[in-house]
Design a protein around this ligand. Structure first.
Ligand SMILES: [Fe+2]
Length: 279
């Protein structure tokens, strides 16, 4: 397995492996690489949707996804197709984590590139462990006491507005879901503190929406400073996998006139633990 780091912050390219029928040793090596680099781009794969699902299950059970209509016969895989003539909004075209309003947000997102534009459609990632570490001790201490209330209110509308995916008939029900998470959590693999920040935060417990918004806006800007990020370029056959609940990601909309086909699945994560709690 050949590992090439992408930036000083996070991300690595992996070459020289075949993920079909992956051995336990290979899965263990990938887990180690994930804990170190947080985002992996495994190049030159040939995965059918069922092989993608099989691989994901070696990392853990499917997280569930009440929003998107899955592939027929493969309930844990969503096919995302952006047609060449689709000039509507891009799915994932803002900094976010997937399904952050779950009680236990997916720990891992896997995205397999079936058809990529000749150039464009890269994904940006930001490391929320680095972002937390770069704050002043006073700010860190203040943030450690906060509990966020995440709302799925905008999630349904955002997904219903894009053509790349279909929403499930009863997906609108998620609009009412509100979930509490500590703002500063402990990384499940490394135990390091990280900021569980996302645009789904409506407010902090015990604070007004206006007060909360000022803090969320600052933290979202801070978290995506260039030195905390990497940029992943996709080619046909790239499998991207990342620690969804410890990162933000952003899908860049710069490939108008080209078709892009991606297959996504998400692996269940653990309920975020407050950094202030004993490890
Ligand atoms: Fe996403």
């Amino acid at each position: 397995m050949e590992v090439t780091p992408l930036t000083g912050a996070l991300g690595a390219e992996i070459r020289g492996v075949d993920l079909r029928d992956a051995s336990e040793n290979l899965i263990a090596d990938l887990r180690d690489a994930l804990a170190r680099f947080h985002v992996l781009a495994v190049r030159d794969q040939q995965l059918s949707p069922s092989e993608l699902s099989q691989l994901a299950q070696q990392f853990g059970p499917f997280s569930g996804n009440p929003i998107h209509v899955p592939l027929e016969g493969q309930e844990d895989v969503v096919k995302m197709v952006r047609e060449a003539d689709d000039d509507g909004p891009n799915i994932g075209g803002a900094w976010h984590m997937d399904l952050a309003w779950f009680k236990a947000p997916p720990g891992l997102t896997m995205l397999y590139a079936g058809e990529t534009p000749p150039v464009g459609g890269d994904t940006l990632f930001a490391d929320l462990t680095d972002a937390f570490a770069a704050l002043s001790p006073t700010m860190r201490g203040f943030l450690e006491g906060l509990t966020s209330i995440h709302s799925a209110q905008d999630v349904y509308a955002t997904n219903a507005a894009v053509r790349a995916v279909s929403v499930q008939p009863d997906a609108k029900a998620v609009s009412k879901i509100e979930t509490e998470h500590p703002l500063v959590c402990r990384h499940p693999a490394t135990d390091e503190p990280y900021l569980l920040i996302n645009s789904t935060i409506r407010c902090f417990k015990g604070m007004s929406e206006a007060e909360s918004r000022a803090i969320v806006t600052f933290l979202l800007e801070h978290a995506v400073r260039p030195e905390f990020t990497c940029r992943l370029r996709w080619y046909d056959g790239t499998l991207g996998l990342w620690e969804n609940s410890c990162l933000l990601h952003h899908a860049i909309d710069d490939y108008a006139g080209h078709r892009r086909v991606m297959y996504r699945t998400t692996v269940a994560g653990e309920r975020p633990r407050a950094a202030a709690e004993a490890a």
